[in-house]
Design a protein around this ligand. Structure first.
Ligand code: TRP
Ligand code: SF4
Length: 327
């Protein structure tokens, strides 16, 4: 039986952190054996909001590729590529833009939210409004059956289905309807207990050195009710404990759970144990990453390879599309 195809993308906004690892990346990795996977760097998407500062984008793309490879996304199992290297996306985006009614874009919840949130950026651009049309082009280009994304992206996949349906209605049945495959969000928070995010400056990066990890973990906010060492703590609401669940062995997790509640362990010691375990778990990732950093040409070759595979599919789709649209 042929595998179902899935596709997802990440905007290159900087190196990846533990939140990404336990969110999207873990999910992608789990799917790579069972699905025909297409994963890409959505660099044109990054331009929709960061069109002024384009300088770091290429470096970020390379960085993210290194992170992908280091955590075990395999170019033998998946097609890993960079959006802007496949110019067909731009052509399909243009054709889809002709048939997408403006109100569909104007009522897109992500659009309204971002405009309200990112007040320091001028997002009253054509490109920013058209963001979901570009995303629709990314998805249907490869005739993806499923799109693994977080809940925030679900409206975009919904919109993709509507656009694909409209295309099929006008020009013939070319595109399958892609399903949303919801990614569970990461259980760990940033060091300040907000969602882990580069822009909050609260992230622990996959590429962090042991020193940086110790330092960041040392700054983590624990159970806010536990003011003194002699106060009992509540591990159920403590972010450090969530980390322990991921990085420490079962026995350590259990004893910390007990001892914290009886004030038999202090937060400083608890954090130190967690930091060392985290450092150990990330060691193989760090090792691979060091290799790729020393051999960026290897990474560039992997990208070119993936681009090539993606391009073959994109060309085929565009031939069908041009024939259907008669242009
Ligand atoms: N919009 C997605 C994000 O911000 C990135 C993205 C672009 C994407 N094109 C895609 C995700 C296609 C899934 C499928 O995270
Ligand atoms: Fe959190 Fe550990 Fe402190 Fe308990 S002892 S509050 S689990 S950091």
């Amino acid at each position: 039986m042929t595998k179902k195809r899935i596709l997802s993308g990440m905007r290159p906004t900087g190196p990846l952190h533990l939140g990404n690892l336990h969110g999207a990346l873990a999910n992608w990795k789990n799917m790579q054996d069972d699905y025909d996977c297409f994963f890409f760097i959505a660099d044109w998407h990054a331009l929709t909001s960061d069109y002024e500062m384009t300088g770091p984008l290429q470096g970020y793309a390379l960085d993210i590729f290194m992170d992908w490879l280091s955590v075990g996304l395999s170019p033998d199992k998946c097609t890993l590529f960079v959006q802007s290297n496949i110019k067909e996306h731009a052509e399909l985006f243009l054709l889809l833009s002709m048939i997408t009614p403006l109100p569909w874009l104007e009522r897109n919840p992500t659009y309204k939210e971002q405009i309200a949130q990112l007040k320091n950026k001028d997002l009253s651009t054509f490109g920013f409004l058209g963001y979901p049309v570009l995303q629709a082009a990314d998805i249907i280009m490869y005739k993806a059956n499923g799109v693994p994304v977080g809940i925030d992206q679900a409206p975009h996949v919904e919109l993709t289905r509507e656009i694909a349906r409209r295309f099929n209605h006008f020009y013939g049945d070319i595109f399958p309807m892609p399903e949303t495959i919801l990614t569970e969000t990461s259980k760990i928070l940033g060091i300040d207990r907000r969602k882990m995010s580069k822009s909050y400056n609260n992230a622990i990066f996959l590429s962090a050195s042991p020193e940086e990890i110790r330092n960041k973990v040392g700054q983590m906010i624990t159970d806010p009710q536990r003011a003194r060492r002699t106060d009992p703590g509540n591990p159920d609401i403590c972010n450090v404990f969530s980390f322990h669940r991921l990085y420490s062995d079962q026995q350590t997790v259990q004893s910390i759970y007990q001892e914290c509640r009886k004030a038999q362990i202090g937060c400083v010691e608890c954090k130190q144990m967690m930091a060392e375990n985290l450092i150990m778990v990330l060691e193989p990732v760090r090792e691979k990453r060091a290799y790729y950093e020393a051999h960026p040409d290897t990474v560039r070759a992997v990208i070119e390879d993936g681009d090539q595979k993606a391009r073959v599919v994109a060309r085929e789709t565009m031939e069908q599309v041009r024939e259907a649209v008669k242009i």
